[in-house]
Design a protein around this ligand. Structure first.
Ligand SMILES: [Zn+2]
Length: 205
């Protein structure tokens, strides 16, 4: 858990206000900044310290690198776009690599602007809103899918699907070049263990 305190004691008040008013975008930016500054594993990282998650990620990077190299040799891609946005095949979504969650911690600015539940309007979407109310029911903490991972049963290609809502349509057909070239309808099998989930809770006010 990475806490971003929204207190004007150590920050510019205007900045805090901008973050509160546009919290969803800023949270995305904070994640990107933290990703960029996350230290890489040290060289003497021991095998026994690796979690199953680390092993899967390492294998994934290796596979994608290998696939990218083969495509490079075949002349399908150029060296410049291997492993970048121009070649999404060789790209693992950042959400899948993240093993932390960044949260905004409301400061005095939010405390001053506590509103009633009925005052929450559509214009508040994307903002950090502080409400006051009585919780009448709280659900258990449940897992919510953030990145769904599928594997093709024909070519073994791994597909990542970013989920931004509670419901989503699963991808069924393999989009890999191998399946397209061979004109095979590769069926995608959902991989629960390698997908990424975040915790969420429903609260009735
Ligand atoms: Zn396939």
């Amino acid at each position: 858990m990475w806490r971003v305190p929204l207190s004007s004691a150590n920050r510019d008040a205007g900045f805090v206000e901008r973050v509160v008013k546009n919290a969803a975008t800023y949270l995305k930016l904070f994640h990107e900044v933290i990703d960029a500054h996350m230290p890489k594993p040290s060289l003497n990282f021991r095998d026994e310290d690796m979690t199953s998650y680390d092993v899967i990620m390492e294998q994934r990077r290796y596979n994608l690198q290998l696939a990218s190299q083969i495509r490079l040799q075949q002349g399908l891609i150029t060296r410049e776009n291997a492993g970048t946005d121009a070649n999404p095949v060789a790209r693992i979504p950042a959400e899948l690599e993240r093993n932390y969650t960044a949260v905004l911690v409301p400061g005095e600015f939010s405390k001053k602007s506590v509103i009633q539940m009925r005052e929450v309007k559509a214009s508040n979407i994307g903002q950090l809103v502080s409400v006051r109310g009585i919780v009448t029911r709280a659900s258990d903490v449940k897992p919510c899918m953030q990145v769904a991972v599928y594997a093709c049963e024909c070519c073994g290609f791994e597909v990542y699907q970013l989920i931004n809502s509670k419901e989503f349509n699963p991808i069924i057909q393999c989009p890999s070049d191998k399946c397209k070239t061979n004109r095979v309808n590769g069926q995608l099998i959902f991989q629960v263990k390698s997908s990424r989930f975040i915790s969420y809770q429903d609260i009735k006010i």
